[in-house]
Design a protein. Structure first.
Ligand code: NZQ
Ligand code: ZN
Length: 392
């Protein structure tokens, strides 16, 4: 196991009706003037926004609002949010919604207290200071409610990049699984796919002797595979929603990723797809993961065989472990298709003629790019092109 530091101080309020505690939580973490930041309207339609405002009113906490965050959140609204917070002397950012609203809120929180362009953080500058952030989560997916990360798309050139730093960890997150019952089946499945990707990206490691985190990851993937069909079949299955919601948080606050190198090439290769075609991140990952894993399988056949046996119930073929490894990747692919995810470029809305451009963006698309997608296997532009071709 590698050395590590782990500090994940987010306070979680989990369960039915917990959004009523939002005002008290903002107060507890020092907020006196709040920006409520949300997406395209689901929280207005469900009545959640009104309930959150009521809980702020009850604590006599002032607020301003900024809605309109798009999935794959854009830089334009972040600049608008920064200006609004400065003008209104906001001292706490409250995201109400999914990963997109939360990530946009994080970018605003960092931008408000920074003299330069907030995009510097998305070009590699560590986030060391930000206004305090709270979240009321409405979809189990990105894990941003417990993570120190944020992903934003710069409108100029449609470049999608991530930023990280401890200042991005929310002070609190409200997780009420009931709030996810209004999700369409497709968004639910996209979220579950993202959760599984966060687990696989940690499982694919070059570190040795990481049994505890291996076993935690396997358990979480198994739970997602078990719970997913229940919520696709019955969106109101509270207990299944609850397990998926907590699983999504556990998958990405890094409790399963400490002490081990991690992959993240599927995410980096996918981000070009959601930036270019504006597809859902989870849908992009459903197509990307099997391709990346197939391409990288020979780097460590036994690791792929291990997850095939332990998670997907494949029979170990000791004479030909590569067959077991491959069977595990196929089982993942079939599972993702079974919950309604796309299986190839065409179903995703991606185009073969863009492959060279996409691979170039993945390898050279940011200022500090080196031409390599680093991860479990370090990939050159031609490797990335080959991976995109496996998705056709
Ligand atoms: O915008 P509204 O109207 O709220 O609708 C959203 C949106 O259309 C809808 N939705 C959310 N909760 C709902 C609901 N509809 C009905 N009922 C509800 N309860 O679902 C759609 C997707 O929402 P979004 O916030 O985009 O989903 P998600 O949580 O999957 O976030 C995706 C973003 O997170 C980034 C992705 O790249 C993508 O940009 N990621 C962030 C990470 C992080 N910060 O740690 C890690 C992830 O790997 C990921 O990259
Ligand atoms: Zn993700």
């Amino acid at each position: 196991m590698d050395n590590f530091n782990f500090y994940a101080p987010t306070y979680f309020a989990f369960g039915k009706g917990k959004e009523a505690e939002t005002g008290k939580l903002v107060k507890r973490f020092g907020g006196t003037k709040v920006l409520i930041h949300y997406g395209g309207g689901s929280v207005v339609r469900s009545g959640l926004l009104d309930r959150v405002k009521k809980s702020l009113d009850e604590e006599k906490i002032a607020y301003v609002e900024l809605g309109g965050v798009k999935p794959n959140p854009r830089s334009g609204l972040v600049y608008e949010g920064i200006d609004l917070c400065r003008a209104e002397k906001v001292d706490f950012i409250l995201a109400v919604g999914g990963g997109s609203a939360i990530d946009s809120a994080k970018a605003i929180a960092a931008g408000v207290v920074y003299d330069g362009d907030f995009w510097d953080f998305y070009e590699g500058k560590p986030v060391t200071a930000a206004l305090p952030i709270g979240t009321v989560l409405t979809i189990a997916a990105a894990g941003s409610e417990g993570s120190p990360d944020s992903v934003i798309t710069k409108e100029e050139g449609m470049v999608k990049r991530g930023a990280s730093g401890e200042a991005y960890r929310p002070k609190f997150s409200v997780l009420n699984p009931e709030l996810t019952q209004t999700l369409p089946a497709y968004q639910t499945a996209c979220g579950i796919t993202d959760i599984i990707a966060h687990l696989y990206e940690r499982y694919l490691t070059n570190s040795k002797d990481v049994q505890v985190t291996d076993r935690m990851i396997e358990a979480l993937i198994l739970a997602m595979v078990e719970e997913a069909p229940k919520v696709i079949e019955n969106p109101n299955d509270y207990e299944a929603r609850a397990n998926i919601m907590w699983g999504g948080m556990m998958a990405h606050n890094n409790s399963c990723g400490v002490g081990r190198s991690q992959d993240w090439s599927s995410h980096n290769i996918e981000h070009e797809l959601s930036a270019e075609y504006d597809c859902a991140h989870g849908a992009g990952l459903a197509v990307t993961m099997p391709a990346v894993f197939t391409y990288n399988m020979n780097h460590d056949v036994m690791r792929f065989a291990q997850i095939a046996v332990r998670v997907w119930g494949c029979q170990m073929d000791f004479a030909h472990p590569e067959r077991t490894a491959k069977a595990g990747i196929e089982a993942l692919r079939s599972f993702l298709i079974s919950i309604g995810m796309p299986k190839n470029f065409e179903e995703l809305g991606a185009k073969e003629e863009d492959i060279e451009k996409l691979a170039h963006m993945a390898c050279y698309g940011s200022e500090n790019a080196t031409g390599t997608v680093y991860g479990f296997v370090n990939l050159s532009q031609s490797d990335v092109e080959n991976i995109y071709r496996l998705m056709l």
